[in-house]
Design a protein around this ligand. Structure first.
Ligand SMILES: C[S@@+](CC[C@H](N)C(=O)[O-])C[C@H]1O[C@@H](n2cnc3c(N)ncnc32)[C@H](O)[C@@H]1O
Ligand code: SF4
Ligand code: SF4
Length: 427
């Protein structure tokens, strides 16, 4: 099906099935016309003859092939239920008692990896509340697998316990480190500082700059206006990649809704981040989601991110292991009965085949998405786990739908402008 979207005299024709799109500037009224016919195009555009040859390329394009989301290759280990911070927005299960029973043993870490690693490229993410509260067991696990060069370890940390010695050891094992922080001043970090008496922002920023770590920033009302400033600060300090993830309230913490950035303001700021990040069609700063969205739109690399897609990779190519070896499809739904997949001692096929609620989010069953002309690029408006935890409806519309719709059309228009061509068709 070919759909025309015309917005502010930018026109894009999209093959909804294949993600091939064709664009040009022409003065028209804003509209969305599904199943557009050649007759209608001739009526709308007097220059039809100039571009008609592109239409057969658009119609006859191939569907993108899914080669990425095939194997189970991503394991999230919830190695500790303990955290040395108390962020106001934290969705991760909270345990205030810092003892060994709240931490995963190195034996469980190793058994979990051995169960699912089949010799191909494999990713292990140390996660939890704060994984570095269980550093010794992480270290034992890294040592155990030191000769398996295609097991890639990632650490997601709040950074407070990172120091020179740990950095040296983690780097020796090739661990990729992501540190969470929400910006460059205390106001930006208000949802993370939450009663912390220490000089949090300075301490973490110093480490990010010193160790050249890519930060993960949760975007909310107290930092969205500073996103370009944050981008410039990072670039100036030699950090050219970061994730700007959006805040998600949960059904238990709906007061967080007041920190969600209104869509039109978020769109405006993220457009600025995009413009500030790309020069001559090359990213000088890679904000992960924009960068991946751009790849989906331009190169039809539709399956480049297992999270932002419905159905997502959870429970199929990604599993989350809770501290005693209980298995869930993703860290977002740890400890939920309706998402329990089994134990690491169970049969692998049974674990992967078990039908749980998180696996059932499906773009075809989401009312708004099922007919959305850009759904092939957006794929459902973000993380299925966050959407489920907020609404308890697995096929609910995303809180960030307007953002994705606007941003995708904007990225198409930017690609068109950067091409300097009268007519542009993507790869
Ligand atoms: C739960 S933490 C665990 C790892 C570590 N303690 C940390 O803070 O990075 C993982 C990530 O989830 C993010 N996060 C927590 N609650 C969130 C929420 N309600 N919405 C969006 N992101 C959230 C955190 O900022 C962090 O980047
Ligand atoms: S540091 Fe991470 S785990 Fe700890 S409270 Fe904050 S977001 Fe949650
Ligand atoms: S979330 Fe919104 S923009 Fe994305 S596919 Fe669904 S309807 Fe379209």
């Amino acid at each position: 099906m070919i759909t025309l979207i015309s917005k502010n005299n930018f026109n894009v024709l999209i093959n909804e099935k294949t993600g091939k799109w064709f664009s040009f500037d022409y003065v028209t009224n804003n509209c969305v016309i599904k199943n557009i016919t050649n007759k209608k195009l001739k009526e709308l555009f007097c220059n039809y003859d100039e571009f008609k040859e592109y239409l057969s390329e658009l119609k006859n394009s191939n569907e993108p092939v899914n080669t990425k989301l095939i194997d189970m290759n991503y394991l999230i280990l919830h190695v500790s239920d303990v955290c040395n911070m108390n962020c106001k927005y934290c969705y991760a299960t909270d345990n205030l008692i810092d003892n060994n029973s709240n931490k995963m043993t190195s034996d469980t870490m190793i058994k979990s990896i051995l169960k699912f690693y089949k010799g191909n490229d494999f990713y292990v993410l140390f996660h939890g509340r704060e994984p570095l509260t269980n550093y010794d067991n992480i270290l034992k696990t890294l040592e155990y697998f030191k000769d398996k060069k295609n097991i890639h370890f990632i650490l997601q940390t709040n950074g407070l316990l990172l120091d020179d010695n740990k950095m040296k050891q983690l780097r020796k094992y090739g661990v990729i480190i992501n540190v969470s922080i929400d910006g460059i001043n205390d106001n930006n970090n208000v949802l993370r500082i939450n009663n912390t008496k220490i000089d949090y922002t300075r301490i973490i920023l110093d480490k990010i700059v010193k160790y050249k770590i890519n930060p993960i920033i949760i975007v909310h009302k107290n930092n969205y206006k500073d996103l370009v400033k944050i981008t410039n600060f990072l670039t100036k300090n030699g950090i050219t990649s970061a994730s700007y993830n959006f805040l998600w309230p949960t059904s238990e913490s709906t007061e967080l809704s007041s920190y969600v950035v209104p869509q039109e303001l978020l769109i405006k700021e993220m457009k600025n981040v995009f413009n500030n990040s790309i020069k001559d069609n090359k990213f000088i700063f890679k904000e992960r989601d924009l960068y991946l969205l751009y790849g989906r739109i331009l190169k039809r690399d539709i399956y480049n991110y297992m999270c932002n897609t419905s159905p997502c990779g959870a429970g199929k190519n990604c599993l989350s292991i809770y501290k005693e070896g209980q298995i869930y499809p993703c860290t977002m739904v740890n400890c939920q009965k309706e998402n329990y997949l089994g134990e690491i001692t169970d049969n692998t096929r049974d674990i992967l085949n078990k039908k749980v609620i998180l696996k059932t989010r499906d773009i075809k069953k989401i009312k708004e998405c099922s007919t959305c002309p850009i759904r092939i690029f957006c794929r459902g408006g973000g993380c299925s786990g966050f959407i489920y935890n907020l609404t308890k409806d697995i096929n609910a519309k995303s809180l960030y739908c307007d953002y994705y719709y606007e941003m995708i059309i904007y990225i198409m228009q930017s690609i068109y402008k950067m091409s300097n061509k009268k007519f542009f068709i993507n790869n």
